[in-house]
Design a binder for this molecule. Structure first.
Ligand code: KG4
Ligand code: ZN
Length: 347
């Protein structure tokens, strides 16, 4: 039996978890910072790293206590050290190194994007390799070919906004709040995709994605074509003049365009690469429509699909501890010179 303490601080969630043998989650503590960033409509890196600093030790202590174990029972510390906001990552890395040194335990360094693909295993999924990995989150929209859980090659990614970021910006255009993905998903369930929005195709690599043109199309659709007046951009309409029904229809239209774009990339990848299954992860996997469409693609291509349960879609430390266990089992240890990096396997 191996107990791994996972630590995650790559963006705006301070998280710690204790996981037994890679899949048995004994505790999973996530302290969200949503309320701190809400008024800015996005994550402010400086605020995020300060909040991590205040929260990291209480969150770790809570995770160990809730797991019903002592610090000394932990066999290894796993930390997400890449990719992400550098100031935020450094808080987790410093805490993990201090614990590993003071407790004299091994340390493993986990790629956050690959960890999202471990999330389905936390609910009993058993992925077979090679696998196609799909990570769709606030920071990433990436397709990966996985040889095993920690060996991957990126075969497609967004060239501008991530899909989650696009959802958040769409909610902001529609004046619905932040973070917006969940709000758009909810509104879309009550609406109809009546508006035709673009599904950008990329010439260089058909498995790459682009979402920024779609966001602009939504802005112009909702607020009309802007004019330059006295050097300022002026829109003929404001979003608050829309009725709830109109917002629901725009949400459904936008969601359909994002999901279609992702699915087209996934199909392209499946046509060109032979895989035994699909593993998916990231906050946007909480989206009901994306889950539905991925299931039909998996059926069409006769491959198994593994998606995380909803609580493991968004950033958490159980997925870090899970992939950390795989690295620990393969003796892929880090040393105390470990540092953080804004770049990872898919960026
Ligand atoms: O994985 P995550 O917690 O953070 C990153 O690693 O980036 O993903 C957060 C993203 C946010 O952009 C949020 O709006 C989006 O996931 N999201 C959703 C839904 N729930 C969360 N997007 C679409 N539909 C949802 N139901
Ligand atoms: Zn993430």
């Amino acid at each position: 039996m191996t107990l791994i303490l996972g630590i995650e601080s790559s963006c705006d969630e301070t998280a710690a978890a204790v996981v037994r043998d890679g899949t048995n989650v004994l505790s999973n503590i996530v302290a969200s910072q949503d309320e701190l960033h809400q008024e800015y409509g996005g994550v402010v890196p400086e605020i995020a790293s300060r909040a991590h600093l205040e929260r990291i030790l209480p969150v770790i202590q809570k995770a160990v206590a809730q797991a019903g174990v002592n610090m000394q029972d932990i066999d290894c510390i796993a930390v997400g050290n890449r990719p992400g906001l550098i100031g935020s990552l450094l808080v987790g890395v410093a805490a993990a190194k201090a614990l590993a040194w003071s407790l004299d335990k091994p340390l493993v360094a986990v790629d956050h994007v690959l960890a999202h693909l471990w999330a389905p295993m936390l609910s009993g999924a058993k992925a077979q390799f090679p696998a196609l990995g799909i990570v769709v989150s606030g920071g990433h929209t990436s397709l990966l070919l996985l040889e095993d859980p920690s060996t991957a090659r990126c075969i497609g990614k967004t060239i501008d906004d991530a899909a989650g970021e696009a959802f958040d910006k769409a909610a902001s255009i529609l004046e619905m709040g932040w973070p917006g993905g969940r709000l758009i998903d909810k509104a879309a369930q009550k609406g109809t995709a009546t508006h035709r929005l673009p599904r950008p195709r990329l010439k260089n690599n058909a498995a790459d994605f682009s979402f920024s043109g779609l966001k602009t199309a939504l802005l112009y659709g909702v607020r009309g074509n802007p004019k330059r007046i006295d050097g300022e951009t002026v829109f003929p309409r404001i979003a608050s003049s829309l009725s709830t029904e109109e917002k629901n229809d725009w949400s459904a239209s936008f969601q359909e365009a994002v999901v279609d774009t992702i699915i087209r990339g996934v199909k392209e990848a499946l046509k060109n690469h032979s895989v035994k299954c699909i593993v998916a992860g990231g906050g946007v996997l909480a989206n009901s429509r994306l889950r539905e469409h991925l299931l039909s693609v998996a059926e069409e291509f006769h491959v198994q699909l593994h998606v995380p349960e909803l609580s493991y879609c968004v950033d958490n430390a159980a997925m870090i501890a899970g992939l950390g266990w795989h690295l620990f089992s393969n003796t892929q240890f880090a040393n105390l010179e470990l540092t953080a990096s804004p770049r990872g396997i898919a960026s």
